[in-house]
Write a protein that binds this ligand. Structure first.
Ligand code: V55
Ligand code: FE
Length: 485
C-alpha cells in the first residue's frame, strides 16, 4: 500500500481509523467474572476498508466486511477476526489498491472491477442452517464457516434466491427458526420491486411474495409479526440516471413522507397496504407484534431529518447533526380502518439506536429493549477528542416498553458503545433476564473492551470487562449464536 488513508473523519480517529488486521487472541484478559452461563459466540461485522479509497474519500458504509467472533464458555472468551473474502476484496488485493468508486454505483468503478461482484458483506452476520451469513443489502449473503470464519463465497440458498439483493436485517421466527427476509431493488438497480421470502431452518424456501413499491427507496430494516410483514421505505430514493451521471445511489428527499408497506404474511403482492407519515428518518426495528385483530405495533427510533450526511438532498444540503432529534417511537397500524390508520408516539426521552430485544420474543408481544443511547449533557472529553464522532453513543440502556422507563449506564467521558446483544440467562429464563454484551471504545486511550452487564441492572455497570489487546474500528451489527447451534 503506497499511500496512506485520507485524514478525513471517515478514516481517522480512534473509532474510524481502519483496523485492517486479521488474527486471533486465545483467552482474553478478563476483569471481573464472565458468567459461566454464557456459552456461545457473539458474532459481529465491521466495515473496514482494506485500501485507501480510489476517489480520495469514501463513506463508512463502503468498507470491506471484517467479521469478529467472541467465543464464550466456562467464563473465558476467545477472539477471532477475519475479513469476508469477497470477490471485491480478492480483486483489490490482487491489484493492491481500491477498484471501486462510489457506494453502490458501478458506473464509477475502475475498469479492472468490471464483472467483479460489488458486495462488501459489511453490515450484519447471522447463522442459519449451519452457515454464518455475512450480509449487505445490495448483495446475496456471503456464506462463511462459523467455526473457522473461512469464506465459502456468495450464497443464493442453492439457487432458491430470485433477487440480486438480500437484506442485512433478516428476522428469525422464534417458533420455527425460519429465516424471514427480503430484498429491495429486487429487479435490479433503482427498481421499486421488493421480494419477501421465508426460508425454513433447513434452508428450504417456503414462501416468496413479490411487491411493487410506489418508488425505489432504501428499505434498510423491516419488521415481521405473527401475521404481518412491514417494510419501511425511507425518504432516501434511488435513481439510475443519477448513478449513470456519477452521482450517489441515494438522495434524501426532504418533502417525501415516510412510507410503510404492510403485507399479510399469508397474502400475495396485491394484498399489500401502503401507509404514510410525515417526513422523517426510520431507524432500526427494536421489535414488532400484532394483536391478532389487525392492530400492529412496530417500535423503532425515528429521527426528524437526514442522519446520513453522506446522502444529501439534491441541493447538497445536510442538516448539522446537533440540530436533529430522535426518540424510540411506537408506530401503530390499524388494519381495520380504511385509509391511513397510522400513529406514532415516543417511548423514550433520549436519542438511541442499534436496538435489540430478546430474540425469543421476536415478532411477539414483548417488554424489554436494549439500545445504545446518546446524552450530550453527560461529560465528554472535548479537549482531547474534539467533536464526538459519527454514531457516537455514550449510554448503554435498557428500555421497558410497558412502563416506558429506561435504565442507563454511562461509563466515562471518553467511552462510546457499539451495538449490544442480549443473551438470556438460560433457555427458559423470563423475557429480558440475561446479559447485555457490547463493545466499548475508549476513544482517548484508543483501546476497545467488551463489557458484560446484567440486563435488568444495566445501570450498575459491567459484571465483567474483557480487554482486547488492540483497538477495533466501529462495527455495525451482530448476533449471539448459542453453542448448541
Ligand atoms: C445502512 C448501512 C449500510 C448500507 C445501507 O445503517 C444502510 C444503514 C453498512 O452499510 O449499505
Ligand atoms: Fe443496520
Amino acid at each position: 500500500m503506497t499511500h496512506p488513508f485520507p485524514a478525513t473523519p471517515e478514516f481517522s480517529g480512534s473509532l474510524y481509523r481502519p483496523s485492517r488486521f486479521e488474527g486471533s487472541v486465545f483467552d482474553l484478559e478478563v476483569e471481573g467474572q464472565v458468567p459461566e452461563s454464557l456459552n456461545g459466540t457473539f458474532f459481529q461485522v465491521a466495515p473496514d476498508p482494506q485500501f485507501p479509497p480510489m476517489r480520495g474519500n469514501d463513506i463508512f458504509f463502503n468498507g470491506d466486511g471484517a467479521v469478529h467472533a467472541f467465543r464464550f464458555g466456562k467464563g473465558r472468551v476467545d477472539f477471532q477476526r477475519r475479513y469476508v473474502m469477497t470477490d471485491r476484496l480478492k480483486a483489490q488485493r490482487a491489484e493492491r489498491e481500491s477498484l471501486f468508486g462510489l457506494y453502490r454505483n458501478a458506473f464509477t468503478n475502475d475498469v479492472r472491477a468490471d464483472g467483479v461482484h460489488m458486495g462488501t458483506a459489511n453490515t450484519n452476520v447471522v447463522q442459519h442452517n449451519g452457515l454464518l451469513l455475512a450480509l449487505k443489502e445490495d448483495s446475496p449473503p456471503y456464506a462463511m464457516d462459523p467455526v473457522t470464519l473461512e469464506t465459502h463465497g456468495l450464497y443464493d440458498f442453492d439457487g432458491q434466491m430470485t433477487s440480486p439483493t438480500f437484506t442485512a436485517h433478516p428476522k428469525f421466527d422464534p417458533e420455527t427458526g425460519a429465516l424471514l427476509c427480503f430484498g429491495y431493488e429486487a429487479k435490479g438497480e433503482a427498481t421499486p420491486d421488493i421480494v419477501y421470502y421465508e426460508i425454513d431452518r433447513h434452508g428450504r424456501k417456503q414462501r416468496e411474495v413479490w411487491i411493487r413499491g410506489p418508488y425505489a427507496a432504501m428499505i434498510h430494516d423491516f419488521a415481521v409479526t405473527e401475521n404481518y410483514v412491514i417494510f419501511p421505505l425511507m425518504p432516501l430514493t434511488s435513481d439510475l440516471e443519477r448513478m449513470k451521471n456519477g452521482g450517489n445511489h441515494f438522495e434524501w428527499q426532504p418533502g417525501l413522507e415516510q412510507t410503510f408497506g404492510v403485507l399479510p404474511r399469508d397474502g400475495d403482492g396485491r394484498d399489500v397496504r401502503w401507509f404514510t407519515a410525515p417526513n422523517g428518518f426510520q431507524g432500526h426495528t427494536l421489535n414488532a407484534f400484532d394483536d391478532g385483530k389487525g392492530r400492529i405495533i412496530v417500535d423503532m427510533p425515528v429521527t426528524d431529518g437526514n442522519i446520513f450526511y453522506f446522502f444529501p438532498q439534491s441541493d447538497g444540503l445536510v442538516p448539522p447533526p446537533e440540530t436533529l432529534s430522535s426518540r424510540m417511537m411506537r408506530w401503530t397500524f390499524d388494519m381495520n380502518r380504511p385509509g391511513n390508520g397510522l400513529t406514532m408516539v415516543p417511548l423514550t426521552d433520549f436519542a438511541c439506536e442499534f436496538p435489540k430485544s430478546d430474540d425469543r420474543y421476536s415478532g411477539r408481544e414483548y417488554r424489554h429493549g436494549f439500545v445504545i443511547g446518546m446524552d450530550m449533557t453527560r461529560p465528554f472529553d472535548f479537549e482531547r477528542l474534539g467533536a464526538p464522532p459519527f454514531q457516537f453513543f455514550n449510554l448503554l440502556s435498557h428500555i421497558d416498553v410497558a412502563t416506558q422507563k429506561a435504565k442507563s449506564w454511562f461509563a466515562d467521558a471518553q467511552t462510546c458503545f457499539q451495538e449490544p446483544v442480549f443473551v438470556p440467562k438460560s433457555a427458559d429464563a423470563p423475557e429480558g433476564e440475561g446479559w447485555v454484551i457490547a463493545l466499548a471504545n475508549r476513544l482517548v486511550e484508543r483501546e476497545t473492551d467488551l463489557v458484560i452487564l446484567d440486563a435488568q441492572h444495566i445501570d450498575e455497570g459491567p459484571v465483567a470487562t474483557v480487554h482486547l489487546p488492540m483497538r477495533l474500528r466501529m462495527s455495525l451489527h451482530g448476533s449471539w449464536v448459542p453453542a448448541a447451534a
